[in-house]
Design a protein around this ligand. Structure first.
Ligand code: SF4
Ligand code: SF4
Length: 205
């Protein structure tokens, strides 16, 4: 049997048959980088920082992302907004993307949807220092890939409705109480008091 196979080169003919059959099937090879696969909305690509529609930075410098990051690749330097002692922001923000494992924990930890991942996966550079993203770079990525960020937060059900209103989505976020400077950041109804009663309480303290 083996001799007959050797004489008639059956393995070779079987191989040629497979090649011949594949010639008439549609090609599945993409001509990367000219043609790229569509990337799903939940994809965890390069990180970005987002702004509100009026251009205000969303990040309030709370450092929850830094605490949640298992790779210790985030560093937040928080500060008060000048003239507004109740309002904080990230004066500096650094993210070492060479150490990032793209887990997305930081985006989940962020209470104000300031962080979102983009669909960008091509991050090769000649100098690895370029992969230490600072605040300006992260906000620039956020502006350039805003649609990616919106899609990411919506897909992971983290959008509080301000980025991408979708019915049935975006109501599972913790919402900070509105800042009421007059009452030290506390809304009277939050502690079961009327505004007048709260004022009396504050003046007798
Ligand atoms: S995606 Fe994960 S590893 Fe990367 S910065 Fe966020 S928490 Fe850290
Ligand atoms: S990105 Fe979000 S979690 Fe991180 S410091 Fe800013 S507000 Fe806090």
């Amino acid at each position: 049997m083996g001799l007959i196979r050797n004489i008639f080169m059956t393995e070779l003919l079987m191989g040629l048959k497979i090649v011949f059959m594949q010639m008439f099937k549609p090609t599945i090879t993409l001509q990367y980088p000219h043609v790229k696969h569509p990337i799903p909305d939940g994809y965890r690509g390069l990180m970005s920082l987002l702004r509100y529609e009026d251009g205000t930075e969303r990040c309030v410098g709370c450092s929850l992302c830094e605490a949640a990051c298992p790779s210790n690749c985030i560093k937040v330097v928080s500060d008060e907004v000048p003239g507004q002692p109740l309002v904080r922001y990230a004066r500096e923000y650094y993210l070492d993307i060479t150490r990032c494992i793209f887990c997305g924990f930081c985006t989940e930890a962020c209470p104000v949807d300031a962080l979102a991942m983009t669909k960008v996966y091509e991050a090769a550079v000649y100098d690895r220092r370029d992969l230490m993203f600072d605040k300006a770079k992260l906000y620039e990525l956020g502006e350039r890939y805003l649609e990616d960020g919106k899609a990411y937060l919506t897909h992971h059900r983290m959008d509080d409705g301000t980025l991408h209103p979708v019915e049935g989505l975006g109501d599972n976020r913790y919402h900070f109480p509105a800042v009421d400077a007059e009452h030290g950041g506390v809304q009277p109804e939050q502690i079961g008091l009327t505004a007048e009663a709260l004022e009396v309480e504050e003046t007798t303290r």
